[in-house]
Design a protein around this ligand. Sequence first.
Ligand SMILES: Nc1nc2c(c(=O)[nH]1)N[C@H]1C(S)=C(S)[C@@H](COP(=O)(O)OP(=O)(O)OC[C@H]3O[C@@H](n4cnc5c(=O)[nH]c(N)nc54)[C@H](O)[C@@H]3O)O[C@H]1N2
Ligand SMILES: Nc1nc2c(c(=O)[nH]1)N[C@H]1C(S)=C(S)[C@@H](COP(=O)(O)OP(=O)(O)OC[C@H]3O[C@@H](n4cnc5c(=O)[nH]c(N)nc54)[C@H](O)[C@@H]3O)O[C@H]1N2
Ligand code: SF4
Ligand SMILES: [Mo]
Length: 762
Amino acid sequence: MINNTDKIVWSACTVNCGSRCPLRMHVTDGKITWVENDTTGLDEYGAHQIRACLRGRSMKQRIYNEDRLKYPMKRIGERGEGKFERITWEEAFDTIAQRLKNTIQTYGNEAVYLNYGTGTLGGTVTKSWPQNSSLIARLMNLCGGHLNHYGDYSTAQITAGLNYTYGDWADGNSSTDLVNSKLIVMFGNNPAETRMSGGGVTYQLSEARQRGNAKMIVIDPRYTDTASGRENQWIPIRPGTDAALVAGIAHVLITENMVDQAFVDKYCIGYDEKTLPESAPYNGHYKAHILGYGEDSTEKTPQWASDITGIPATSIIQLAREIGMAKPCCIVQGWGPQRSANGEQVSRAIAMLAILTGNVGINGGNSGAREGTYEIPFQRFPTFDNPVKTEISMFMWTDAIYRAHDMTATKDGVRGKEKLDTPIKFIWNYAGNCLVNQHSDINKTDSILKNEELCETIVVIDNHMTSSAKYADIVLPDLVTAEQMDFAMDAFSGNLGYIIFADKVIEPQFECKGIYEICSELAKRMGVEDAFTEDRTQEEWLRHILELNRAEDPELPDFESFREMGIYKRPDPQGHHVAYKDFRHDPEANPLTTPSGKIEIYSEQLANIAQSWELAEGDVISALPIHTSTFDGYDSERRKEYPLQLIGFHYKARAHSTYGNVELLKKAAPQELQMNPLDAQARQLQSGDKVTVFNDRGRLQVPVKVTPKILPGVVALGEGAWYQPDKTGIDQGGNINVLTTHRPSPLAKGNPSHTNLVEVKK
Ligand SMILES: Nc1nc2c(c(=O)[nH]1)N[C@H]1C(S)=C(S)[C@@H](COP(=O)(O)OP(=O)(O)OC[C@H]3O[C@@H](n4cnc5c(=O)[nH]c(N)nc54)[C@H](O)[C@@H]3O)O[C@H]1N2
Ligand SMILES: Nc1nc2c(c(=O)[nH]1)N[C@H]1C(S)=C(S)[C@@H](COP(=O)(O)OP(=O)(O)OC[C@H]3O[C@@H](n4cnc5c(=O)[nH]c(N)nc54)[C@H](O)[C@@H]3O)O[C@H]1N2
Ligand code: SF4
Ligand SMILES: [Mo]
């Protein structure tokens, strides 16, 4: 304890960065003075320390930030203008309840939508995501329900893609198991930036490099923080072309006899004619596709792959031999490659390398999906079932505002109904900045939201005056994690499960109220208060939920001991997690959840979808995991006008937009456009020059960083910067979403955030 600290209280960082860190808050005179790390555990495998990153350590600056919402407010200007008037909580609750009743009465419950939002992710009471597990969902489910969404901005394409290969969410080996690998091949995976907790993936990766001597190859258009001297080789690749690289590698594996034939025969469908389903076309199998006697009659040689990916054919051959000969080899993909217009195909293709080499279901191998993790099973706040069964893709809510009547199951991925009956008229936007900042094509979104005849009511519940909050009709100021009590979890931390007792550190500031109180007050006005609260306070709910969990899992500590210890840790009792281990051991007894029970290289389900869905021009869905061109891809016609491929990436300066208003972090990791010296030279640009990045959807201005750490022809911008349009509508914040599109990917109907073409000028 430092000199003048009155008390130290355990809290947590509950933003959506994929990690979850305990924070020990030092408090003096009722104010947080500084933020300390986890002090428990050992600096070794097992119950190690979970150390917060630069963002968590700046939590004080976020909590006391001048952007904090202080009172409930109603909008008095245009949507987006940011003009508000302070109102009482009474007025706010009454207005929202009245408008909600009107919406339900006039349009039905399907007109009410819970927008995606992951601002407070790990909590029990304060869990904003998945949306159907938030307290807003509990409230709405008691009031007749709401329009559902499926998928998420993180993983829409890999979920829709790899599910067909493995059945359900594709599991991965835990990152601790990397110590057993001989070779780690990372496709668009950057844990040093995207899983920054000191107890998580990067830590395991360093362990694997030091203790297990694994080689590491990083395949990414950018030289990432994960490479950063840790890698043996960086292979820069054109965005959106990983599936072509995979095909080129597969060609070498096949022609040089490195395919694990016994594995594909026993565990897979559609590698060659032996396991090809009867419904498939002649030579519809994977081997035929690669060797050039499939439908497109094109041999996928390393040279063919080189022309598409920009990687020299000799490098592809060498990479194939390394992958083919390293036993075991871990093929792992981040979610960067799949957050693209052909991401479903790419995600399935990358997994092919793990499958062809028989690395699935063994220690040191992997399925080709992202790292898996162990979590202590823990039930949260119950939210009841949603009486409404209709679902849209989480990405298509803007479409569902202005063209709902045109949206169908086979064209727009509507589920539960053939077509949408009702446009969205009421939006709950809780702990999310996806209304504006994080959704694509901000300028188009702006014009949709500005029309108050379309969506009639928008309620935003946040901590800060974000760009999304500026579009609200009513804004409610929520408590931050440190101003209330909760249990926090949901971390990608390898084989260490843990739960944090995030205690109340300071008194609520200003007039802020917590989500439990907000929803309880609304429930009262909607006539469902008793069912909502079950007569418990927030603390009573937490005590109750802990007891429910302790009944299932007696090893969990009791409330008072837990509060004292701050963090409860439990290493995975199974040791390293190996995905599909049981299936590998006995595929008959432990079939996958695919229709065949096997790994489906050829998917009959996808073949049917490809036949029956109405696809937009250029969109491809295919039974085999193959490379496909896309709109705004490297070979698009539009490159004549917009010659640079632009990708976003998840940046250490922020968790999306959260922490984006902390000056310290802006200085530590400035918002800048990464550009290769060749492209800079052609445009006479130097590091630090302010450039305009533009396409036909929008414009932004930001300093350029000229660096060889990015492939020529590609530029990159950290996603999540705060959108700040100037008077002419040019964004001065550097928000990539003024350049991205609303057009969804073909199968998932997900956000193709990393597929963009732009031009850059001084
Ligand atoms: N171009 C592009 N766009 C992207 C991505 C990309 O890669 N490129 N990534 C996408 C992905 S993967 C995701 S997950 C989404 C993330 O999109 P969002 O889920 O919108 O994430 P954030 O921007 O962090 O917004 C979270 C909001 O919650 C608020 N918040 C934080 N804590 C609390 C709290 O305790 N209570 C309340 N009420 N509010 C709180 C924050 O102030 C912030 O406004 O963005 C997507 N958008
Ligand atoms: N610091 C920080 N950490 C975060 C987040 C954050 O905002 N900030 N967000 C969290 C969330 S919600 C999510 S979903 C995850 C996201 O995790 P990811 O989706 O894995 O993160 P990205 O940075 O979008 O992409 C990872 C890498 O893929 C590369 N990439 C892009 N396109 C391609 C391609 O076509 N091929 C290849 N081979 N590589 C490509 C990018 O350059 C990047 O280095 O991160 C989480 N962690
Ligand atoms: S942003 Fe993520 S890694 Fe950083 S402190 Fe918060 S939970 Fe931990
Ligand atoms: Mo995400």
